[in-house]
Structures are given as structure tokens and as C-alpha cells.
Design a protein around this ligand. Sequence first.
Ligand code: GLN
Length: 446
Amino acid sequence: QTYFERIKKYDDKVKSFITVTEEKALEQAEKAQGVIDKGEAKALTGIPVAVKDNICTEGVKTTCASKMLENFVPPYNATVMEKLDAENIVMLGKTSMDEFAMGGSTQTSAFAKTKNPYDLDRVPGGSSGGSAAAVAAGLAPVALGTDTGGSIRQPAAFCGVTGIKPTYSRVSRFGLVAFASSLDQIGSIGLDAHDCAILLNEICGYDFHDGTSSKLEVPDFTAKIGESMKGMKIALPKEFYAEGINDEVKAAVLKAAEEYKAMGAELIECSMPSLKYAVPCYYLLACAEAASNLSRYDGIKYGHRTLTADSYEELIIKSRSEGFGEEVKRRILLGNYCLSSGYYDAYYRKAMALRQLIRKEYNDIFEKCDVILTPTTPAVAYSPEMTSDPVQMYQADICTVTVNIAGLPAISTPCGYDSKGMPIGMSVIGRKFDEATIIKTADAYE
Ligand code: GLN
């Protein structure tokens, strides 16, 4: 009830939720209380959680912030929701996002253009901007987000909270509305690394319904918290600190690096030459996969259907033209273009080759170090007007996309403020399946 009071009081300004599920939540809370009274509470019993609106929730609208799915009520739960329900969590509602998770500002949402709680004239980042803003504004203690190219880490950085993208395959994608299937991953957003770890603990694990799901055992992600940083090798790839990264951002992250050194860690300078190809590589892969994934929205099976059409073909064209927003259409066009015969070799195949190169460079760095430290974003949160230039928006993803391309885990956590008081985030990137170490590292600085 406390959270719903706060949502009523502040969310007309922040606009972090698309759907608030108060009635259902109070029922869940009562049920959770019963479980607690019986002494059967699990880690998350009774804990309120906000959920990004691209994660299917049975009986609760899941819109992906798109007109295409404005009235879509899933008949089933995503695996993560099944897992959280089994813990008896309390779902507060569904949070806003960029349409189909395409963007970094939450301004392409068809329903709620979320604001940054630190400065309502700036964006909260995206695409999980609703989840990050809700946590930052105290409208939810923790939230689920999704990250295809930075969508958990970047809004966490813009809103001064912590967010983790786990290793690809750690968390089942069953019931997550697909954007780019080889990059998408669900993760958690909270006030600190410890909270993120507690939520992450409960959503991981093998799932028969996701063909890419990992069968590896899931350790307790809080296990290493509090361990010494002594002897830890932290890599700083120089390309992440080069031109294009705002001076105040760079200074804040380097200051954190020095503090790690003071805690006994060793700083290792290294290089990741392929970073200059990261943005084009990501956008080719992500758009190609999106074009394929979004072909299911034909106005026939489910989703928006146009009111009048004279033919089958016109029905599909009009439904898609009306249902999708500008950015989604741009990406479908880009994706189909780079997959077309005659262009496939020049674009898609090259992007796949670059993907191997980026993976290799990460492997080389991890031969010599335990974690990598980078800024999460080249600059702090900006004003909504800035989002009008797509190329500029794509460039701003430079620090986050390689992690998804390589399938690695990474956590963004606050490391200071700029001169205007806006939060700055740093990212700790880890080896595959080594979430515990990046969580420990982030926690040590918090
Ligand atoms: N900003 C990136 C994009 O627009 C990342 C999105 C995401 O991670 N979902 O593709």
C-alpha cells in the first residue's frame, strides 16, 4: 500500500508505469502474509516488484509500449514470472519502455514517456526506463528489465540506480517478447548490487521452453559480497576512455578505479580495438533479428488490426503501418535491407564476423584479468529533444553493446554525479557465468 500511495502521488510526473495492478497486488500481498505467518517464507515472499512491459504476465496487459499490442493480454506467464509467483512476490505493475525495447530514452513509448526522477526535463534512459525510474523514485524496491544492447545498464546509470544484465542463457527468455533473440536477456534493477543479486537469484536457471537456456548450476549471487578486492585484476580498455566520452564521466569512473586500487586491486591497461565497429555490428545484428521477430505482427493472429481493408495484403500492410511507431519501422526496414540477397554478404555476414572478433578480444582480455571496468554511457541523461537524431542515439550505445554481442554479464552501478547533479554510472563486465564476481566488485564500491 505504501508503494501504491507513492505511485499515486508521484507517477503522474515520472510516468514510469503503463499498468498499475493494485487490486491483484493486494491479493498477492495477503497471500504472501499467509505464507510468512506459516513460517514458509522464501527469499522474495511479499517483496513488491515492478515488471517491464515486454515480459508476459498472465491476465495482465503486456503492451511492449506499442499500439500494436495495446490490448494484448497474455494467456500465460513468462518463465521469470512463474518463478517469482512461486516465491509469492507482489507485482506492482508493468513499467514503460521504448517501443519493443528499441531505444535508449523511453521516449518511443506509445503510452508513457517516462521522465528522469533526478530532473524531470531529462530522459530516464531506456529501454527499461520505466523500471529504472520507478526504483529511483521509490515507486518500487526492485524491478525487472531487459537488456539487448544496454537497456538495463544505461537507464540504471541515468537514474542513479544499479542494474545487472546476466550472462546470455542464464535467464529464460520464454515469455519475453522477442526483439533480438541472440542478444536479449532479462535482468534486475535495484538500489544496489545486493538487491539486484537477490532478485537475480530467483529468476535464473534452466528452462525447457527456451532452447538457448543454460543447464549450468546457478550459484548464490550474493556469495562473494564482502570478499576482499585484494589481488583482483581490473582491466581498463583504453578505447572506453577515449574521445567521445564526456570528461566528467571519465573522471568519475577513473576515480572509482583508483579506489579499487586503494582496496588492493591491480589496474591493468589494455586495448579493445574492435570497439570502433561495435555500434554498426550491433545495429546490423539487432535490426536483422528484429525484422524477423516482428514479422509475426500481421494483424491476423493477435495484436492491432486495421478497421478496413480490401484485401489480405492490405490488411497486413495497414495493420503494421498503424501499429508500429517510427523507430520500430526504421529497424524493420534496416533489418530486411541487410538480410536481402545482394546485401547479405556485405552487411549481415560482416556483422557476424565482427561478432567473432569482439568475442575473441574479450577472451584475450579475460586471460589477464578478472573483470573489466568501463563507463556505462558516454554522457549523463539528456533532454528529450536530443532523441530526434537516430544516428546520434545509436552512437550513444557504444559502451554497452559489446557485452551483449559477446553474451557476457555486466552490472552498472552509480559512481558519482556531474556538476549539475546528474548521476554517472560505471560498468563492471565479467567472464561468462561469473555474475558473483561483478556483483562483489560493484558492491565493494557502493
Ligand atoms: N539502445 C539499444 C537499442 O536501441 C539497446 C536496446 C535494448 O537493450 N533493448 O537497440
